[in-house]
Design a protein around this ligand. Sequence first.
Ligand code: MG
Ligand code: ZN
Length: 390
Amino acid sequence: MSRILSLSFFFLLVACNQPHPSAAVMVVNPPADPPETFHPAKNVILLIGDGMGLSQISAALYSNNNHLHIEQFSLIGLQKNFASDNLITDSAASATAMACGVKTYNGAIGVNQDTMPASSILEEAEAHGMATGVITTSTIVHATPAAFLAHQPERKMYQEIALDIARSGADLLIGGGKKYFNHRTIDLLDLYEELEKKNYLVSDNYQTDFKDLQYSYDKNLAFFTSNDDPVPFSKGRDYLVPAAKMAPTFLANRSQKGFFLMIEGAQIDWAGHANNFDYLIQEMLEFDEVIGEILQFAKADGETLVIVTGDHETGGLSINLGSRMNDLLPAWTTEYHTGTLIPVFAYGPGADLFSGIYDNTEIYQKMRQALQLHDRNAALEFMPAANGSN
Ligand code: MG
Ligand code: ZN
């Protein structure tokens, strides 16, 4: 809304500076179209490094010969990520803030402080006929992906979240947690069957390696990368980069209207909780490969906004005196998350919106603004008031 107001103000200024009398008409009836200088994004790709603060990026950079793909970004902001009930956020509240634009309590999945569902950017994109996808290195029902696809009062309600995900309508789902879909204990539902009825190709790593998977653009795709949590990169998990490579093309072929894609590097956070520096660097470097792939797509495409950020920092990591290039002396202050501001990197149409210091809920608003979602015509069935007016 603030942009619309400032645009009106801009036209008012232009109008006042016009010597021509017809300029007054512009004041009464300002043009509805945005000015030519604002190019809306057709697609948005949001990359979330769970637990990725500035220290994690610095550590990966200086453990990799002073080079990362993330250095290609020139537009950088900072986000404030506190939860409504705790200055130190968890991944559920912070993902809900970015996905749905609401400040909420730790543990909340796509619901506001009063446990009321709030529509996510992914659901709104879906309702506008765009293609949507989520890829993660955790289970697909884990807090970060769940906040984009589900609405539950507590993050551990994995089977309830799985049901929400199976009914989300997302075109692409890649992550672990197979058992929550086809070995359920709270009901007798077989969500493999349900997904297939909803035009999904459903497969998993017990049937095929992701890289050998045969898929087509006329079906949605759900691929489960493990029964429970996927293993760390160092133990052989190898699907994230290939998935990041295929996903934008897959989604672009699923809809003419553009796409929304969220990719999460989930185990950066798990390495932080374990205070395991080698684990951290491996996960960070894999995530940076994803960033490289996505930027390559976006640069060729020209209509894609790419955002890279974290949800919070994990471990209170620091790089201490005595460190040398490729030989760091790390130190940790906690086995939980910390409250430090988190960097946001943006590239492509709408990237300018992401400079400055702002609340994590604004990431949702800025993505909507970049996509001009408020201008797209759609009959939204599911649009709770919890998000606010924009
Ligand atoms: Mg996560
Ligand atoms: Zn964590």
